[in-house]
Ligand binder design. Sequence first.
Ligand code: CTP
Ligand code: MG
Length: 221
Amino acid sequence: MKNAAIILAGGVGKRFGGDTPKQFIKLGNKLVIEYSIEKFYKIVDVLVIVSHPNYIGDLKAKYKLMVVEGGNTRQLSVKNGLESLSDKEINYVAIHDSARPFVSLGLLEKMFQIVQEKKAVIPVITSSSSVCRIKDNLIEEYIPRESISFIQTPQVFDYNLIYNAHKKAFEEGRFDFTDDSQLVNFIGEKVSVITGEETNIKITTRFDLGVAETLIKKGFF
Ligand code: CTP
Ligand code: MG
């Protein structure tokens, strides 16, 4: 059995701002993306980074890994990563946002087990706030909190299942799915969930970087 991982670093970080994409800035004593590289490297057979073009040279020099260029959307970046694995006889693939530095190896290992039976498994966490739908600045509907989940990465899939889903979405002109489980759902297949991790935050804004720095200082990582 052969496991692979795709670490996504093809975005520019519009919401984060600044000249350097957020995955390539310093957090503690290393770059944001390096937290993921170091963890995934330990447990997969093939690791591919999908990178913003300006950083491909540096990554290749430092890590001797497969590095391919990102696309215009997250979905297209993942597709590039999947294509680069197509001749590698991969059974299962984890797809991860480099902007989530703190996922645990334990969660990742558990998902590589579950995927052998379920074909598609993703981590989710529940909402601690009440939830509602708004229309025209008014509450339209309250949604039971227990029925809502926040989706995280890494997401782990049967390689052929997720690659076929990406090819189908592409053929049908859909390029804007924001996570990969949506593509599995798009082709009518089931997605299993596992409890994710509160600490597995995504760095989207400067505030999130502050939270990440605090987590490190407080000894969470
Ligand atoms: N990503 C990618 N290729 C893209 C867009 C995003 O590989 N064309 C990656 C990002 O590098 C990030 C992950 O997908 O690790 C999650 O995306 P997000 O947090 O939205 O990052 P950005 O798209 O870079 O940020 P923004 O949406 O604020 O521009
Ligand atoms: Mg984005």
